[in-house]
Write a protein that binds this ligand. Structure first.
Ligand code: AMP
Length: 453
């Protein structure tokens, strides 16, 4: 957060009123930097991940620009276009636009794959002010002549690196080629691989560059911890951790869709309300799962990386990496689901012996050694342990004599794996200064109660 006000950024009254209604008191860093530049008509390259407030950073100036001297769109046209890699993110961006633009009279629509196109075609027949779309379906509708891109004045590519991961960059390039040359453009990406850097050069004109979190850096407010636990015991450990009511709103990440289903089923069977979200589910089933989680009816959302990407849910208390991601950047994205917009959070990872390489990559990227905790599960029977490639006590860290006893560090005699005060492990070199600057923050991450001791 910053010490400037939204009013000082030059925003119009109806937008200020909507922001006040959302209890946004001050702009986040990216908002404070980006909004004045965008209002002045500059192009922008934003290196920022979700949780930084980047959606409002591009949505608010776009709303202001398109509402000033409003010219209604013609049939099939859109005046503002936002491309997002996933359906969930597209829906979420549209919801944010509606929230910030609630006192403006702009028409918005979302176009995404996985659902019947006829409703989207009907909406576009009247034209819209702002269109949020996933690239594939939009390209399809443009080629079918249901959508025209010749009136786009403001253009945004959100989560460009994920577009690349998901193979959408060619579609994005084709769409860019159809836009008018005179327009304002923005591109947001958490990382900047060469393909994205070249796309940004092609689609923007001398953009301002704003970077709010260096690549690979994890939020300082997230308490990170890890259990070495063999795969067959992960579900049991998860159930054990969930006995703690402090794990109130939890996202559990798995690597595969099948794994997500299995974990959600296991939790449901043990009486924990859980929903799974992944790419094999229909758009409606995914939205239903998200709604149940957002409303608190489901305590746990089990997700794969792609399905969860960009999902914006506030007050997630814990992220559990049931399986470590094979791309270390995904770890940063995953744990960024908690501690959003100034809050705090806890990230707990489970590491099987086969995942140690992933762990090394993550620690190298984040330049942080994750604190290891011991769990209290019984050891695997010897034959299972040897199948897992485990020596008897290998699943317990730091050569603890009794692996089932909690580790004691820094003179703490209690053991609470979810409490922030346990963050005694080696800290990233850059965090020391910030820690002193912040001093003691009111309200630590999770108001955890003890279960593990
Ligand atoms: P984003 O990075 O756009 O996904 O936003 C992350 C979260 O921060 C969302 O839940 C927003 O509603 C929230 N948010 C964005 N800007 C602000 C702000 N200035 N003050 C408080 N919350 C904000």
């Amino acid at each position: 957060m910053t010490d400037v006000t939204f009013a000082a950024l030059g925003l119009a009254e109806p937008i200020l009123r909507a922001l006040a209604g959302e209890n946004y008191s001050t702009p986040t860093h990216i908002q404070a930097k980006a909004i004045p530049l965008l209002l002045a008509g500059r192009d922008l390259l934003g290196i920022a991940q979700t949780g930084t407030g980047k959606t409002a950073a591009f949505a608010i100036p776009m709303l202001q620009k398109l509402s000033a001297g409003h010219v209604p769109p013609d049939s099939k046209q859109a005046r503002g276009l936002i491309l997002a890699p996933t359906r969930e993110l597209a829906v979420q961006i549209e919801q944010s636009l509606r929230t910030y633009g609630r006192h403006l009279n702009l028409r918005m629509a979302v176009i995404l794959g996985g659902v019947n196109q006829s409703g989207q075609v009907r909406t576009m027949a009247r034209g819209v002010d702002i269109l949020v779309a996933t690239p594939g379906r939009l390209l399809d509708l443009v080629q079918q002549k249901h959508v025209r891109l010749d009136a786009v004045q403001v253009f945004v590519v959100d989560e460009a690196d994920r577009m690349l991961d998901m193979g959408f960059i060619r579609d994005v390039r084709k769409l860019v080629a159809m836009l008018p040359r005179r327009r304002q453009s923005m591109l947001f990406s958490a990382t900047m691989p060469e393909d994205i850097a070249s796309l940004s050069r092609e689609m923007m004109n001398a953009p301002e560059r704003i970077e709010v979190a260096p690549q690979g850096r994890t939020a300082d407010r997230i308490v990170q911890m890890l259990y070495h636990v063999p795969m067959p015991q992960k579900r049991q450990l998860l159930s054990k951790l969930l006995e703690d009511v402090a794990l109130n709103r939890v996202i559990v990440f798995t690597r595969t869709k099948h794994g997500a289903n299995r974990v959600a089923e296991h939790l449901s069977k043990t009486g924990v309300a859980a929903e799974a979200i992944h790419g094999n589910k229909s758009q409606n089933a995914r939205q239903r799962a998200l709604d149940l989680f957002k409303s608190g009816k489901a305590r746990v959302l089990v997700a794969t990386d792609i399905a969860a990407r960009g999902i914006d849910i506030d007050h997630i208390t814990h992220v559990v990496n049931f399986e470590l991601p094979n791309e270390p950047e995904s770890y940063v994205h995953r744990i960024g689901r908690t501690a959003r917009a100034g809050g705090d959070g806890v990230a707990i990872s489970f590491c099987d012996p086969t995942e140690r390489g992933y762990l090394r990559d993550i620690e190298r990227l984040t330049r942080n050694k994750i604190e290891v905790l011991a769990h209290e599960l019984p050891e695997l029977p010897p034959e299972q342990a040897s199948q897992q490639g485990l020596r008897p006590a290998q699943n317990h860290s730091r050569g603890n004599h009794n692996p089932h006893k909690p580790q004691q560090k820094g003179g703490h005699s209690d053991h609470n794996p979810h409490a922030p005060k346990k963050r005694g492990g080696s800290r990233p070199y850059w965090s020391k200064e910030r820690r002193t600057q912040r001093g003691s923050r009111p309200g630590g991450p999770a108001k955890a109660t003890n279960t593990a001791s």
